[in-house]
Design a protein around this ligand. Structure first.
Ligand code: C5P
Length: 292
């Protein structure tokens, strides 16, 4: 038996770092939104151990978060069977798009079925948090407000938009970005409208893009932009090319731009082309591909 699932990317429509916690993580207020670019993961039941087939250069099997997700689930549930996991990556890595976290969520989801474990969403989310702060979101979605490390989730009406994603072609370590964030500059003081926007959003069936625009913000941008000016260049160029907003996602360095029409996003994609960049045009998702 074999199960194949799609693991989507995410963007953070806003990401406020509110402070540093005693456990070393940072307290966040963020709005996650799934986007339709996908890694593909298939799992096949075999006797014995977990094995991973993946074409990523330089990442050992036991370091890959998809492999670690499978081992964690096998140990937590005392499963005797093994699995062969085939991971076909499309989402750039260390890019601010949550690719690894999404892979881990997809593996937990697929193996829960393959091994007939009968775990519910909450159980999977708790296990997922042991692998990474963003993993629980990928087991819920398609859009959610995240608090705490990003794991305290409240569903939010998904944004309906076309997204242009431009990854400059280099990796940025999330831990490094958080280490360098200037906490003095990261308060919610000057964003007093955010609480009322959140209240409205939680009760709204659908938000229009304009409702959201003034709240797009990322506390981590200044760190990544300071060391990698190309991020600022990409943002400015996207706005010149007609994006209604442009922002770095997560710890970066990928930048996303919002467009009402696919054709306009495609034109901007062509204008931003450089052979070292990875560029995608995709819709935001209004349903998660992992539905329990
Ligand atoms: O949770 P995850 O392993 O994906 O996070 C990677 C790194 O990012 C953490 O080791 C931590 O340094 C930083 N981080 C943080 N606060 C968060 C999420 C991540 O400081 N809320």
């Amino acid at each position: 038996m074999r199960i194949t699932v799609l693991a989507p990317a995410k963007i953070n429509l806003f990401l406020h770092v509110l402070g540093k916690r005693d456990d070393g993580y940072h307290e966040l207020l963020t709005l996650f939104q799934m986007v339709g670019i996908y890694d593909e993961i298939s799992v096949e039941r075999v006797a014995g151990e977990v094995r991973l087939r993946c074409d990523i250069q330089g990442v050992a099997e036991e370091e890959n978060i998809a492999f670690r997700a499978a081992v964690l689930l096998k140990e937590a549930c005392g499963v005797n069977d093994g699995a062969v996991i085939t991971l076909d990556k499309a989402i750039p890595m260390a890019a601010g798009l949550g690719g690894g976290s999404s892979d881990a969520a997809a593996v937990l989801f697929a193996l829960n079925r393959l091994w007939s474990l009968g775990l519910g969403r909450e159980d999977l989310m708790q296990l997922g948090l042991r692998l990474g702060s963003d993993v629980p979101f990928f087991l819920s979605g398609p859009a959610a407000v995240g608090r705490g490390r990003g794991e305290l989730l409240e569903p939010f009406p998904p944004l309906e938009s076309w997204v242009l994603l431009v990854n400059p072609g280099f990796a940025v370590s999330t831990a490094w970005v958080y280490r360098n964030v200037n906490l003095k500059l990261t308060t919610l003081r000057d964003n007093t409208k955010l609480p009322s926007f959140l209240k409205k959003g939680l009760s709204a069936v659908k938000l229009c893009n304009e409702d959201l625009h003034e709240h797009l913000y990322n506390s981590l941008e200044e760190v990544t932009e300071h060391y990698y000016p190309e991020v600022t260049e990409i943002k400015n160029r996207m706005l010149d090319c007609g994006a209604s907003a442009a922002l770095m996602s997560g710890s970066g360095p990928t930048v996303f731009g919002l467009f009402n029409r696919e054709v306009d996003a495609q034109k901007a994609a062509a204008a931003l082309y450089r052979k070292d960049r990875r560029i995608f045009v995709a819709p935001t998702l209004t349903r998660s591909p992992l539905t329990l």
